[in-house]
Design a protein around this ligand. Structure first.
Ligand SMILES: O=C(O)[C@H](O)[C@@H](O)[C@H](O)[C@H](O)COP(=O)(O)O
Length: 237
């Protein structure tokens, strides 16, 4: 399949409908994994966009005790910090039925992502693969996961032949030091979703697809142009 033809877009008139549809689809994939393989792995992004999705997904009836939930990336802060993605997942996804899920955080308590890297890699390497669902977000600068423009490990993270599945990332637009799953690690999944909202991100995504001007350097292009995992884009106003 050629790049970009690997992308299906689902547009919704409101974001609650988007969250409900994606929650139902992810839950269906997790149930199938549990039926066929006895366990499932879901990797999610942080930020603000996934909150409505998490609220819906947390109520889906399935055997969450056999589901591993981990993060696509993390700000290198403890889960008591309001910037923590683990904090967001615990507050909004590990609730209701999904409270029984097995959460695998990326933050290890080490002084830096570089110091915690071996432990974080060990945690991710211990998970069944391929994952069953990966949920990405996107920033207005065209970053996804912690693939930020100008990131110190960006080239390594986007290397489809790279062997390291978790990498540190420091970048001008990233805020705190970050830790992120690499592109090949994120693409090793049965289902790949990109969740975006609003007109600005709609336009950023359109530019990224065209790859003209600055948009040719948007890191999200690496997800749009790959052919390893079919990508479903979910958009609402
Ligand atoms: O740690 C993070 O921030 C995320 O993993 C990141 O990749 C996020 O998906 C985008 O920055 C969009 O964030 P919003 O949903 O807040 O716009």
């Amino acid at each position: 399949m050629s790049p970009l033809l690997n992308v299906t877009t689902h547009s919704f008139t409101d974001c609650q409908a988007q969250a409900a549809a994606l929650a139902e689809r992810i839950a269906g994939g997790l149930r199938e994994a549990l039926d066929q393989r006895g366990s499932a792995v879901l990797a999610v992004s942080g930020g603000s966009t996934p909150k409505a999705l998490f609220d819906r997904l947390s109520r889906e009836p399935l055997d969450w005790s056999r589901v591993h939930i981990t993060l696509v990336d993390e700000r290198w802060v403890p889960d008591t910090d309001e910037r923590s993605n683990a904090r967001l997942v615990k507050a909004r996804l590990l609730q209701n039925a999904a409270a029984a899920a097995q959460f695998v955080p990326l933050y290890t308590g080490a002084e830096s992502p570089e110091a915690g890297l071996a432990e974080a890699n060990a945690r991710i390497d211990a998970l069944p693969r391929p994952f069953d669902a990966v949920v990405l977000g996107m920033g207005d600068d065209g970053h996804t996961a912690s693939f930020f423009p100008g990131g110190d490990h960006l080239a390594e993270a986007l290397d489809l032949d790279g062997q390291t599945r978790v990498l540190p990332m420091r970048a001008p637009g990233a805020g705190e030091p970050r830790i992120t799953l690499s592109l090949p690690a994120l693409l090793e999944t049965r289902a790949l979703y990109l969740l975006v909202t609003g007109a600005t991100k709609r336009d950023v995504l359109a530019d990224a697809r065209l790859g003209l001007g600055a948009a040719q350097h948007y890191p999200v292009r690496s997800v749009l142009s790959q052919t390893r995992a079919p990508l479903s884009v979910y958009w609402c106003p």
